[in-house]
Structure formats: structure tokens, C-alpha cells
Design a protein around this ligand. Structure first.
Ligand SMILES: Cc1cc2nc3c(=O)[nH]c(=O)nc-3n(C[C@H](O)[C@H](O)[C@H](O)COP(=O)(O)OP(=O)(O)OC[C@H]3O[C@@H](n4cnc5c(N)ncnc54)[C@H](O)[C@@H]3O)c2cc1C
Length: 721
């Protein structure tokens, strides 16, 4: 279908080009569209206009449109001719509309014929240009149009490849070409006095055009300044500041921001309203991974006979498991502690922060004492809270969340986990392995909908093998409580199904923390996903207020919060000299189920949705020596590459330690190393990391030069004889 469409397009191009060429030859335009020829035929052309003004005007208009649409050389001669033939007024009107219409046709032709192919081929590299054009295309185009030295046809062609809208393109072109058109048409009226086209654009006139061309960019810059001033207009700016930087929230995002600020000798205050370390340390990554470790051992104890152990029995002591979880938190806590950050040069205040003005933050200490600090910049790193959906009865009955689950004193006998995302899957598996009867409810047709189905299927199979009752395509409709106990009613198609439970864990997503600390009063906008709206430099509506981490999105990971922190800290402290756009080009993540699912770059689903051409190379970990020896021979490495090249577009790894294995591909993508480089790197035998090299080997085998190898075979045969 696509191939047929492409073919039709090229047939259209061939017909248009041939027709244009025939026209060019027939009218001998190559000869006519010269300065001397125009001068010689000026009287005849004027006589033609006098005899048939309307017909000649329309014919001229048509020729001009066609000539510019197919990018014939000689548009400037035609413009001079318009002046010579129709005078300044009509010549200007005719050329202005004809040139804009011709430009639009050329633009549409480039878009229709080339844009998809160019965007598909260079999509990622063109992304910044596309974004720039979508945002500031009008200004760039206006500049190009105002300076008539930029080749007309090239501007049409290149613009057609960008996302700028056709209507906008036409209007900006028409306005932008007015001064140049006026100069050339006017010159046409003085044709007799001109010796060559070079006389039209004197250095002084050219300089004026360049200044005129700079005007839109200058105007844009001034508009930016005015807009920024307007945002701050209702606030009075302090004469001096107490701090260079105030950071709200001491989770991953806030801690790294403060650390960088202090490292470069800025005066930084970090304010935490609850516990140092934020979600990751206290309610997220750390406790969940500690719990998963105990759960994994519980599973290994149960399956110890697979590895030749007999009489291995182990009983889960849930309170001891939880005690260890908290011990792990306590052990890691010094990394994020007040003491550590104070020793790094950060002033740490414990209390609730509220932004009062764009330059001042009020801190309410735990004892109710308040004071206000002024600051040049603010970084908001306030994190997110578990989202509890408005399911009838849920509020009354109550539920666990990732905030409260760590307070459980005993193992729930029957646990419902609501949500089939990473947190839901990790915790469902952990509790099932520790001995709970777990029912996991997911509304979508499958769990882990962000990952490809082949990866999610392996996790689903593993969850089921661990005894999780996985109910996908089931919607939670209400929660009921009676003397007999608590139950969740789920709906599957038209059928309702009750699930009895002792505890219900809600893991359906996390909402950015965006209220109660001044955003509303300052009018800081939110995105449709309810994260704080930031630009590419992580600035909010107020350029001196930044946002990072879960509260800003687009990702909700510890490492992305820390990644953004660098940009926010550097931009906040040094932005007046140089600003850096947050780079999300290579973002990895891992779901720590067993098997783990690790990903960087595109999945197959995403590549298809984006129309990005790709090839898939798969290596099955069931074939890997080390995995076989370890009894973990399951999973795969799947690499998406640019067709015919070893350039990596994305990688999904499912298996034991997939998150660790992924690091090699993250490095490769970040530094643009292809599969050939991975193949050419020695990997220790026998390690799980060899899976990465074998995947590269699979790719190489599939791309072996068969023809060449046939000849090499013949050469060897010749040598044998
Ligand atoms: C169960 C679970 C498992 C997870 N596992 C992983 C994982 O394996 N890997 C991974 O990368 N990510 C994981 N995450 C996500 C990770 O925890 C978050 O992405 C990360 O903590 C976000 O950091 P942050 O700095 O944006 O926010 P947070 O860590 O939430 O920190 C925000 C801090 O701001 C404070 N605060 C908010 N408002 C104010 C105010 N007005 N005044 C003062 N202080 C304020 C809060 O008290 C909080 O301490 C997991 C999350 C959960 C819930």
C-alpha cells in the first residue's frame, strides 16, 4: 500500500517535471528569461499589455506561478518584466500574489513528495529543527523572505520538509516578500536605466535588506523580554537575595540539585517537609527492592530441589522481612541525610515550603515557626503521591498504597493489587512469593502496557507461576464491606466478579504533588497530565522557577529526576551565560519483576506507532551458557536497528539482571556505538552480559554479505584444487 503510494507520487513528479521542461523548451524560456532579452523585448511586451491588458496580465500571472512552482531559474527577470510591462502598481500586485502562490505550490510539492521519506530517514536528528520550526517558524521564515539573497526555491523546498503549516507559510511568504518584490518591480519600471541585474541590489540596499531580515528575530527577542516582564509585573523584586537557590523537596531531584548548587559554591537551601530521601528511599525503590530480595529467596527456598538441595524448608517471618526492609532504609539513609548534605555545603531546613513570590519562599518549621527567605532561583522537586481512584466504597473500606504498605505488621492472607504497571507487578509478585494469595486486577487487556507484548507476556506467565491470579481486562467497580469481610467487585465484559480480600493495595499511578505550596497563587500552569508545565530548560512560567522529577515529568524515575536536576541546577545558576535543554534522547528504565524487564529507546509498539522503520534482532537467553548453568535460562535480548545499519533504535531485555545488562546498550546508544562495536568487544565467559554480544552476533549473521561469501567460498575451493 505504502509502496504503491510512493510509486504514484514519483509518477506525478516525473509528469510534472517533464511538462515543465516541455513548457520551458517550447517558449524558449532559457533565452527569454535573460536580462538582455527582456531589455530587447520591452517595447513589444508593453505593446502586448496595451492591446490586451487583462489577457496578458492573467497569462503573465499563470506563467509566474508555474515558473516559481517548478523552480525555473529566472524569477527575478520575470519580476523585472512585471515592472516593465505593468508598471509599479499592477506589477507589484501581480508578482506579490503569483510568487506567493508559486511558493506555496513548491512548498506543497516538497511536502507531498519528500517530507515523509526525509522525516522517516532522519526523524530523530530533525527533531530539534521540527520543534524550532513549530515554535518559531514564523520568525525564521520571515527573516529568510525579507532578505532576497536566500534562493527562493531552496526556501520553498526546505520549508516543505518542516512541520510549518501551509496557511502560515503562505501568509508569511506573502508579507515577507513584499519589500523585495517592490524593489525588483520598481527596478523593472526603470529597465532602460539598468545595465545589469547587479545594479538593482547595491551594497547599501542589500545591507538594508539584511537589517530588515534581522528585524523579526530582534522583534522575537524583544517580545520575549516583554513577556517575561509581564509575568513578573505584579510582584516586587527584592533588591538583594538571601540565597542563590532554594530547592523544595529532598528526594532524588532535590538532593542532586542542591548537591550540584553547593558544589559550584552557590548559597543553597534545601527544604524538606517530611523525610530526607523522598519516595525512593522511604517508600519506593529501596523498600520495594529489599522486599523483592526476600521474596526471591522465598521462591528459591521453595525450588531449592531444582539445584540439588534436599530438606530445604523455610518459613517466611513477615515481621522479620519488614524489619530487614526498614534496616535497609536505615543503612542507606545516611547517603541522603541532613548531616551529609550539610557537610557538602547545603543548608538543609526541615519544614513545609511555600512559594510566596517568584523570589521568596516561606518555611514553616515543624513547631509552627515561620520565616521567609529570598532567592534568585527556585527549583521545585516536590515529587508525587499515590493516586487512589474514586471507586465507590474504596475510601470507606480503605486501601494500602506505596506510602503505607511498608507499615504492614503481618502478611495479608488475601491481597488484591489494583494496577498492572511496574509497581503493581513488582509488589504482586513479592507478596505472592512471600505467601499471600494475590489477585492482581488490571483494566487494560494486558499488564505492563508500556512494554511490548512479548516482554509483558513473560512477566505475566511468571506472575501466574508464582500463584498470582492475574485478571486483565477487569475493571474494579466497587468495594463492599460486611460482617463476612471485604470484597472488590470487578467487571469483565458484562459479568461481575467478587474478589474477597483482607488488604487491597492501590498501585494505579502516582499524581504529581502540585497543590498547597504556592503554585496556584503564582498561577504556575499544569500540563494535561497534571505535571508542572516546564519548557525545554525546565523553567516554569517564571523563568527563575524550575521544576524537576516526578512533579515535572515526563518520567517518574529516580535516575530521570537526578538527570533533570543537573539541567535545573546549571540553568538556574548559570543560565544567563548558557542554558542547556534537558536531553531525553536515551532514557533507560527497569521493572524489577522476576524476570526483570529493562528497556532503552524504542519498543516495537512505539516504532510502529511513530512510523519509524526498524529491523528486529532477537537473542533467546534460554540459549546462554551462564543462564543455563544458573537455572535462569529464560528471556531475551531484543534490539531494534535502523534497516540495513547497526544503529540501535531501542533495546528490550527480559531476564535475570536485565537492568544491569541494559547498561551496555545505554552506553552504546548514548555514544552512538552500533552493534558492530558491541560484537567487537570482549565479554567475559561465562557471563549473562554475553547475551548482549550474542544479540549483536545474530544481527551480523543476518547481514552477512551473501554474494561476497559465495565468492570467498569459490576462492577456497580454488585454493583446495
Ligand atoms: C513502590 C515504588 C517503587 C519505585 N521503584 C523505582 C525504581 O526501582 N527505580 C526508579 O528509578 N524509580 C522508582 N520509583 C520512582 C521513584 O521513587 C521516584 O521517581 C523518585 O522518588 C522521584 O523523585 P523526586 O525527587 O521527584 O520526588 P520525591 O522522591 O517524591 O521527593 C519529593 C520530596 O519533596 C517533599 N516535599 C513536597 N512538597 C514539599 C513542600 N511544600 N515543602 C517541603 N518539602 C516538600 C516531599 O516530602 C518529598 O520528600 C518507585 C516508586 C515507588 C512508589
Amino acid at each position: 500500500m505504502m509502496a504503491a503510494l510512493r510509486k504514484t507520487r514519483w509518477i506525478v513528479v516525473a509528469v510534472v517535471v517533464l511538462a515543465a521542461f516541455a513548457l520551458y523548451q517550447h517558449f524558449d524560456l532559457g533565452h527569454l528569461l535573460t536580462f538582455d532579452s527582456l531589455k530587447a523585448s520591452r517595447d513589444a511586451l508593453s505593446a502586448q499589455v496595451d492591446a490586451h491588458p487583462l489577457r496578458t496580465g492573467l497569462a503573465f500571472f499563470g506563467i509566474y506561478v508555474v515558473a516559481t512552482a517548478v523552480s525555473f531559474p529566472g524569477a527575478s527577470i520575470l519580476t523585472l518584466a512585471a515592472g516593465a510591462m505593468f508598471g509599479l502598481g499592477w506589477g507589484f500586485v501581480i508578482v506579490s500574489f503569483a510568487s506567493s502562490l508559486g511558493a506555496l505550490l513548491a512548498f506543497l510539492a516538497a511536502r507531498y513528495l519528500l517530507r515523509d521519506a526525509i522525516q522517516a530517514r532522519f526523524g530523530k536528528r530533525l527533531a530539534p529543527i521540527n520543534e524550532g520550526m513549530a515554535r518559531d517558524g514564523t520568525f525564521y521564515l520571515l527573516t529568510l523572505r525579507l532578505v532576497p539573497v536566500f534562493p527562493f526555491w531552496l526556501v520553498n523546498l526546505l520549508s516543505g520538509l518542516t512541520p510549518i503549516g501551509a496557511a502560515r507559510y503562505y501568509i508569511v511568504s506573502q508579507i515577507g516578500m513584499l519589500p523585495g518584490t517592490l524593489v525588483y518591480v520598481n527596478a523593472g519600471t526603470q529597465l532602460g536605466a539598468l545595465q545589469s541585474p547587479g545594479d538593482i541590489l547595491s551594497p547599501a540596499l542589500l545591507g538594508s535588506f539584511v537589517l530588515l531580515g534581522l528585524f523579526p528575530l530582534l522583534a522575537k527577542w524583544l517580545v520575549g523580554i516583554v513577556q517575561r516582564r509581564k509575568v513578573y509585573a505584579r510582584w516586587s523584586r527584592p533588591a538583594r537575595f538571601d540565597r542563590n537557590l532554594i530547592v523544595i523537596g529532598a528526594g532524588a531531584g532535590g538532593l542532586v540539585t542542591a548537591y550540584i548548587g553547593a558544589a559550584v559554591k552557590a548559597k543553597v537551601t534545601l527544604i524538606e517537609g517530611h523525610v530526607m530521601g523522598g519516595d525512593c528511599l522511604n517508600y519506593g525503590c529501596v523498600p520495594s527492592k529489599a522486599l523483592l530480595r526476600s521474596a526471591k529467596l522465598a521462591k528459591q527456598v521453595r525450588t531449592a530441589s531444582d539445584l540439588g538441595m534436599t530438606d530445604v524448608v523455610g518459613r517466611v517471618d513477615f515481621s522479620a522481612v519488614m524489619a530487614r526492609v526498614h534496616e535497609v532504609i536505615r543503612t542507606i539513609a545516611p547517603h541522603d541525610s541532613v548531616e551529609r548534605y550539610t557537610s557538602l555545603g547545603v543548608e538543609v531546613l526541615q519544614g513545609h515550603a511555600r512559594i510566596v513570590t517568584p523570589w521568596s519562599v516561606e518555611i514553616t518549621a515543624q513547631n509552627g515557626a515561620r520565616h521567609t527567605l529570598t532567592t534568585r532561583s527556585i527549583v521545585i522537586a516536590a515529587g508525587a503521591t499515590p493516586f487512589v481512584p474514586p471507586i465507590p466504597g474504596l475510601k470507606e473500606v480503605g486501601c494500602l498504597t506505596s506510602d503505607t504498605v511498608w507499615g504492614l505488621k503481618s502478611l495479608p492472607r488475601r491481597l488484591v493489587v489494583l494496577g498492572g504497571g511496574p509497581i503493581g507487578c513488582e509488589l504482586a509478585q513479592a507478596f505472592a512469593r512471600l505467601g499471600s494469595e494475590v489477585s492482581q486486577v488490571e483494566m487494560a487487556p494486558r499488564i505492563m502496557s508500556r512494554e511490548d507484548p512479548d516482554a509483558a507476556d513473560l512477566v505475566a506467565a511468571s506472575l501466574r507461576a508464582d500463584g498470582v491470579r492475574l485478571l486483565v481486562g477487569h475493571q474494579a467497580v466497587r468495594v463492599e464491606s460486611s460482617a463476612q469481610g471485604k470484597r472488590l467487585i470487578v467487571k469483565h465484559g458484562e459479568r461481575e466478579l467478587p474478589i474477597e480480600f483482607d488488604e487491597l493495595l492501590c498501585a494505579v499511578g502516582r499524581s504529581p504533588r502540585v497543590s498547597g505550596y504556592g503554585l496556584e497563587e503564582l498561577g504556575i500552569a499544569l500540563t494535561p497530565r497534571k505535571t508542572i508545565e516546564t519548557n525545554a530548560w525546565l523553567q516554569t512560567l517564571y523563568p527563575n522557577i524550575y521544576a524537576v522529577g516526578d512533579v515535572a515529568g515526563p518520567f517518574q524515575f529516580t535516575h530521570t529526576a537526578a538527570h533533570q536536576a543537573w539541567y535545573a541546577a546549571v540553568n538556574a545558576l548559570f543560565g544567563r551565560f548558557k542554558r542547556f535543554k534537558a536531553d531525553y534522547s536515551v532514557i533507560p528504565w527497569t521493572t524489577f519483576t522476576d524476570p526483570e524487564v529493562a528497556r532503552v529507546g524504542l519498543s516495537e509498539d512505539e516504532a510502529k506507532a511513530a512510523g519509524t522503520p526498524y529491523e528486529v534482532t532477537r537473542y533467546g537467553i534460554d540459549d546462554l551458557d551462564r543462564a543455563i548453568a544458573d537455572g535462569t535460562a529464560h528471556g531475551f535480548v531484543k534490539v531494534l536497528t535502523v534497516p540495513g545499519k547497526d544503529t540501535i533504535l531501542g533495546v528490550t531485555i527480559v531476564g535475570e539482571h536485565a537492568g544491569d545488562l541494559l547498561a551496555e546498550y545505554v552506553l552504546a546508544m548514548k555514544h552512538k556505538l552500533g552493534l558492530n562495536k558491541i560484537l567487537g568487544t570482549i565479554h567475559t565467559y561465562p557471563t549473562l552480559a554475553e547475551a548482549n554480544k550474542y544479540a549483536a552476533g545474530e544481527w551480523k549473521r543476518a547481514h552477512a554479505p551473501q554474494k561476497l561469501l559465495e565468492w570467498v567460498g569459490r576462492y577456497h575451493a580454488w585454493e583446495r584444487n
